[in-house]
Write a protein that binds this ligand. Sequence first.
Ligand SMILES: [Zn+2]
Length: 133
Amino acid sequence: MKLQYSFIIRAFSIQSMSIIINCAGDTSLAERIYEHILSKTRLNTEFVSIREDEIEIDDKRSNLTNNDMKNLLEEYLRLNAELKDYSATQFGNLFTVGIVSPDLKNELLTCEMCGYTTPFFEELFAHRRAHGI
Ligand SMILES: [Zn+2]
């Protein structure tokens, strides 16, 4: 157990230079959020990149905090009525945007590598990525 914890801490320190937003396989949503980030923050595309369903922001150069990003994502979901079932979940510097099934809310999902639990499938997905898989 001790070994697994140190692995997680190391994985996060490697990733701490950037904010990652994963759209759980939805590439068109990722594009829309990408455009939203660019228009709201006026960040140069040099700092923000998109690859399929994932957006990466170099926060060392952008000065954007995790909190700024959370507010930005929540605002975007609020402004778009068709995204009312979507939510943005945060795990460190990883954000996952996706639909949370009401069925899953009563059921905790468990990470098989460290025992971390969450009701959100997207969050578990983002969490597993922190293990480097
Ligand atoms: Zn885990």
